[in-house]
Ligand binder design. Structure first.
Ligand code: CTP
Ligand code: CA
Length: 222
């Protein structure tokens, strides 16, 4: 029954979802990335669409098919992801699942960096824009803004800090010290200003459908 929703509680709602990693170029052949597979973000976009929402999925580079019934915008870098998200606004729901690279190199070398003498090159990093925080504090902010928090320690404390700092209504917190990143299962805790709700270990598809239903309920009360 859980996976056969007949009702469409999100009919008439618009949603924008980010998913996957970003790739930050170092030179023409190298980039900075992370282990995100995009499974949770893509599953969430599909679940929101199944519940009737009109969904734009802004995806970093992933090896996944486009979910059915979803508009997909493919990007590489954090800056391109932010631009694509802003282009998809206004929306009723914004869900930021992407594992955005926190840093990019200060310069994207025009030519392949070559080995030179004994000294390895030093890559100078600069911080990427925070897409969730930018949208969470924007004038055209969606009514419901949801972030994820990938942590390997102090999970709930860090999730609460992210909730406030980024202007989110909800943070979906998960411990990524195990096999969650790149794996098919997920165990999440929902952190809001009302407290914490811990969910059992579920498949990422089940987490997605439960989250989509949860968002529909939250929107009813806004
Ligand atoms: N996020 C984002 N843009 C960034 C970094 C993060 O939109 N440049 C979003 C993620 O999609 C996620 C939330 O912010 O919804 C938290 O991401 P996370 O990596 O856990 O937090 P950071 O703020 O980057 O902090 P840190 O990695 O240092 O824990
Ligand atoms: Ca981060």
């Amino acid at each position: 029954a859980l996976l056969e929703p007949e009702d469409k509680p999100l009919a008439g709602r618009r949603a924008v979802v980010t998913s996957g990693p970003t790739h930050e170029p170092v030179d023409p052949v190298r980039y900075i990335a992370n282990r995100s597979s995009g499974q949770q973000g893509h599953a969430l976009a599909a679940a929101l669409a199944r519940l009737g929402a009109q969904v734009t999925l802004v995806s970093g580079p992933v090896a996944l098919a486009d979910p059915r019934g979803v508009d997909v915008v493919r990007v590489e870098t954090a800056r391109d992801m932010l631009a694509a998200v802003q282009n998809a606004l206004p929306a009723d729901i914004g869900v930021f699942v992407a594992a955005v690279a926190d840093w990019r190199t200060a310069e994207n070398a025009a030519h392949k960096i070559k080995k030179q003498g004994d000294e390895p090159p030093v890559l100078q990093l600069v911080e990427n824009p925070d897409i969730l925080a930018t949208v969470g504090h924007a004038a055209n902010r969606p009514a419901l803004v949801v972030g994820f928090a990938a942590e390997t320690r102090n999970l709930l404390e860090n999730a609460r800090i992210k909730l406030d700092k980024k202007g989110a209504d909800l943070i979906v917190a998960n411990d990524v010290s195990g096999t969650i990143m790149g794996g098919t299962r997920n165990q999440v805790q929902l952190v809001s200003r009302n407290g914490v709700e811990a969910w059992p270990d579920l498949s990422k598809d089940e987490v997605a459908l439960r989250l989509a239903r949860h968002f529909a309920k939250m929107l009813e009360t806004i």
